[in-house]
Ligand binder design. Structure first.
Ligand code: CLF
Ligand code: SF4
Length: 302
């Protein structure tokens, strides 16, 4: 029945601080920055910093190998009992670095099977990897979808690098859009909970995001997280240099209210770093920098 289905989903998200508003008061997440490469260009991103699809712009995370990342996860899971989720969200696109991303998940699934695995991607390579994601029991995948109309996308994505070729302009955006929709569909078929992140860019996709919200929900997205563009000239992004502004808190809330018809809207996102550690809004990443955690013994599961 409907109720049992709902109960089952509640259980799946009960300890995930991003998927459950309630959980974020009690449960923590950590990110490991193992994925440096990216395969598209977003106009709100500067590659010197973390992937701005799931992160606060202007932050530099310390890159780790999968082995270092697994060590870090085991150390932290031992020290922070509320730690329930391990996310890979950068500093580039995790699926543009599939060996590193999946090697990290493999190591953690093996040594700490009760840690939930979470993945965030721009979606370009997602359809190729859904089987692997399912096999590894990754139950939470975020796709950043900023448009469902490639014309709108041309103002956000100057190029897309796909199967060894670079596509500029609308040709590239069409590929990205088709792959995102295909990925969303594949996640639904595999019964993997999917959150969609959208970056709200006033004058570019703000009005269009109502349509994005409709389309992704039709395709089975579980949760929509509309994040404000953060754009400072010193971040050296295209939007920063052209003086593109982000939305005011009031504009953001109005759009979220507009979209929140009958399904879930995430409103407690804190735009984390690619190496974030702790409760949302609490940043303990500096307690676990590489020079520090490599000196600590993994306590978990011993
Ligand atoms: Fe990390 Fe993202 Fe997983 Fe959460 S963050 S990969 S879904 S475990 Fe959460 Fe941070 Fe917002 Fe992301 S508050 S930026 S939504
Ligand atoms: Fe930057 Fe992320 Fe966009 Fe890649 S997907 S260009 S890392 S914001």
């Amino acid at each position: 029945t409907e109720t049992t289905l709902d109960e089952k989903i509640k259980e799946r998200i009960a300890k995930h601080p991003c998927y459950s508003e309630e959980a974020h008061h009690h449960y923590a997440r950590m990110h490991v920055a193992v994925a440096p490469a990216c395969n598209i260009q977003c106009n709100y991103c500067n590659r010197k910093y973390d992937c701005a699809n799931e992160s606060r712009p202007g932050v530099v995370s310390e890159l780790l190998t999968p082995e270092e990342a697994a060590h870090k996860v085991l150390v932290i899971a031992g020290k922070i009992p509320q730690m329930t989720v391990l996310g890979i969200a950068g500093p580039g696109d995790p699926l543009a670095n599939p060996e590193k991303t999946f090697r990290t998940f493999d190591l953690i699934a093996d040594k700490a099977p009760d840690i939930k695995l979470c993945l965030s991607t721009n979606g370009l390579m997602l359809p190729d990897h859904v089987d692997r994601i399912k096999e590894l029991n990754v139950d939470h995948v975020t796709i950043t979808i900023n448009m469902v109309d490639p014309e709108v996308g041309t103002k956000i994505y100057p190029w897309v690098h796909y199967r060894r070729k670079r596509y500029r302009g609308i040709e590239g955006v069409k590929i990205l859009h088709e792959r995102q929709m295909e990925g969303l569909q594949a996640l639904r078929e595999a019964d993997i909970l999917c959150k969609v992140n959208s970056v709200m860019i006033p004058g570019i996709n703000d009005e269009h995001l109502v349509e994005v919200d409709k389309v992704i929900r039709q395709h089975g997205a579980f949760l929509h997280n509309i994040m404000p563009l953060i754009s400072a000239p010193e971040h050296g992004t295209h939007f920063g240099l052209t003086g593109q502004r982000g939305p005011t808190p009031k504009e953001l809330k109005a759009l979220q209210d507009n979209c929140s018809g009958n399904m879930k809207m995430m409103r407690h996102c804190r735009q984390c770093r690619a190496d974030a550690v702790g409760l949302l809004g609490e940043d303990r990443s500096q307690e676990f920098t590489k020079d520090k955690f490599l000196e600590m013994a993994p306590e978990y599961n011993l």
